[in-house]
Ligand binder design. Structure first.
Ligand SMILES: [Zn+2]
Ligand SMILES: [Zn+2]
Length: 299
């Protein structure tokens, strides 16, 4: 008799869980950052991820006062907004000019993130461009240290994202992320972000509940749960260990629903934002479908 008999004290109903969720999708900031809040809330997001400027450009003109005001005064806000750094940035680049540009761009993005009060900015750690892992890690750490040194008063942290391991990209094992954190002079400003598609593509078999929890225990051992800031919820078009990153709609790819079910249902992740980065058009209809599938897993 669902819905009629009342709920035992201490037992959360699906509706309670929904209102306490931090669930949403990546939202465009076209038209200004307040528009992202509007887009997210228009489909019921309680958390969103944004780029802090046009993702295809290295640098952008500073936010106008009016843009910041519209953002801060926006009344219908998701509970949590965080950022994703531009894909152009490569802290491990071997070309000094490219690396210098990456440092300047990332430091600029952190300033913009602080202006928007974002707690962290998700970053793909970088690609070593053929110079090997050790050289790559050294460059990532020195680039990130340079970025943090430029903003000692900055608040926004960087969340290193697990990657699919495409090409010479680093960050496709937990050891990689732990190495970067351990070598950094600014450990307190580093956290991590897990992406279901990237994990699977990098070879972590999360397609069963057992497999998923084994991976989580491995994460806890190597990095530590206090350094998990967010989930990216994406299915994968490519198979386990493909090292090729192609996001797919939830339940339509090679992963299946098991890890999404665990992430949505487990109290262990209730305080973490869960964000879709699946393909969509401007009307956000695909997001609505994917969010419906995810909330359906709560029942
Ligand atoms: Zn992601
Ligand atoms: Zn991806």
């Amino acid at each position: 008799m669902p819905g009629k008999t009342g709920t035992a004290p201490g037992r959360k109903t699906a509706a309670d869980k929904l209102s306490s969720l931090l669930l949403g999708a990546h939202m465009s900031i076209a038209g200004g950052p307040s528009k992202a809040l509007e887009r997210g809330r228009s489909i019921g997001c309680t958390a969103i991820q944004i780029f802090v400027k046009n993702n295809m450009q290295w640098f952008a003109k500073p936010f106008a006062e009016t843009e910041l005001e519209a953002y801060w005064k926006h009344s219908d806000r998701p509970k949590l907004v965080f950022g994703h750094a531009s894909y152009l940035i490569n802290p491990a680049a071997n070309n000094p000019e490219f690396r210098d540009k990456s440092i300047r761009a990332l430091s600029d993005e952190l300033i913009r993130a602080d202006q928007l009060g974002l707690p962290f900015l998700v970053l793909h750690p970088g690609a070593h461009m053929g110079d090997g892992e050790e050289a790559g890690f050294a460059r990532i750490v020195s680039s990130l240290d340079a970025v943090f040194a430029l903003s000692p008063q900055g608040k926004c942290r960087i969340a290193l994202e697990i990657t699919a391991g495409q090409g010479t990209s680093l960050g496709h094992t937990f050891e990689h992320l732990a190495t970067i954190i351990e070598l950094s002079k600014f450990q307190e400003r580093l956290t991590t972000c897990l992406d279901t598609a990237h994990l699977f593509e990098a070879g972590f078999d999360i397609s069963t509940p057992e497999g998923f929890w084994n991976v989580i225990r491995m994460f806890d051992r190597i990095i530590g749960r206090d350094r998990l800031a967010a989930w990216h919820l994406n299915d994968s078009k490519t198979p386990l260990g493909s090292r090729v990153d192609r996001h797919e709609h939830i339940g339509k790819g090679k992963i299946g629903l098991a890890p999404f079910c665990e992430i949505m249902r487990s109290e262990e992740f209730s305080a973490l934002p869960k964000i879709l980065e699946t393909p969509k058009k401007e009307d956000l209809k695909e997001d609505v479908v994917n969010l419906g599938i995810l909330t359906g897993l709560l029942a």
